[in-house]
Design a protein around this ligand. Structure first.
Ligand code: SF4
Length: 300
């Protein structure tokens, strides 16, 4: 199986902690889009007929692109590669780009997963980091997304230990997570990168930032267990990711999950399954953020 990755290196504002390659020269977006189209043509033999199962727009801030530009890239790729079995098309998004019109456009473009970079829920911290939006805006956004898309799995990422995050702000962050019960949260510890404004600002030490990321992961694991308990007895389509020698079991992930970030689905099967297969799995257990189940012929 293969995946297509489109990199959109543009950002409207530059976050104070960022040391990725990025550009705020938005006037160059059209030129980069044209270059991506050319690269698709030049690399059309690259996959040698292998089917594309995932497509991903990462950045930068891919949600700066109009849905029509994203669709143009996807349509072009579909002419050159076998995208008939693509199961997920993800866009990394900045929260304040997600207006109702934009979401409608994304649906029409074929985007079916969003990865929303939040980084913090604290207004002071967000301002200090030169991020757009604030905590109230994020709450309203999640409420709107949930109301508009029943069953939506909200995937977010945040950074613990950012400048401006004291004990009180971190406690508020944990309260916020308990309240919002977001299905997927990737927590990363702040690392002061040389040459960035954030590295010059007062912040907690690395051990504290790491510890806070671990606390968020534990909290999230409890939230996931409650979320997963609702899956017991259901049959879900699972993409097989690999085989674990230690447990002697195959594992995979559902539509909502990302490899190596989210919980796994452990798969029991009488028949051999293979990496890259899609199988229907009846869920009969959950623990520590993971699900387990057995392969069934069709949805029960
Ligand atoms: S949005 Fe992402 S890539 Fe852009 S400046 Fe912020 S952290 Fe860096």
């Amino acid at each position: 199986m293969a995946g297509l990755y489109f990199h959109i290196p543009f950002c409207k504002r530059i976050c104070a902690y960022c040391d990725f390659y990025k550009s705020a020269r938005l006037e160059q977006m059209d030129g980069v889009t044209a270059a991506m189209h050319r690269e698709l043509d030049e690399r059309q033999d690259y996959l040698r007929g292998e089917a594309v199962t995932t497509r991903y727009f990462g950045g930068g801030t891919p949600s700066l692109y109009a849905p029509a530009a994203l669709k143009g890239l996807l349509d072009h790729a579909a002419l050159l590669f076998d995208c008939s079995g693509t199961t997920e098309t993800t866009l990394e998004a900045n929260p304040d780009d997600l207006t109702e019109n934009y979401l409608d456009g994304l649906r029409e473009a074929g985007i079916d997963r969003l990865s929303i970079g939040i980084q913090s829920f604290d207004d002071g911290c967000l301002k200090l980091m030169n991020r757009r939006g604030d905590g109230e805006f994020l709450k309203a956004l999640f409420a709107r997304l949930r109301a508009g898309i029943p069953g939506l799995v909200i995937r977010t990422s945040l950074i613990t230990g950012l400048p401006g995050e004291g004990e009180e702000e971190f406690a508020e962050l944990c309260d916020f997570l308990r309240e919002e019960r977001l299905e997927r949260v990737g927590a990363f510890a702040f690392s002061p990168e040389e040459g960035t404004p954030a590295a010059q600002m007062e912040h907690v030490d690395t051990d504290t930032a790491v510890k806070r990321a671990e606390i968020v992961e534990m909290l999230q694991s409890e939230i996931m267990d409650a979320y997963n308990a609702e899956k017991l007895g259901k049959t879900m389509e699972v993409l097989v990711d690999g085989y674990d020698e230690e447990s002697g079991q195959f594992y995979g992930r559902t539509f909502a999950d990302s490899p190596d970030i989210d919980g796994r689905v452990w798969i029991a099967s009488d028949e051999p399954v293979h990496e890259g297969d899609f199988v229907m799995v009846k869920i009969d257990g959950c623990t520590d953020g993971d699900l387990c189940g057995y392969v069934v012929e069709e949805e029960a």
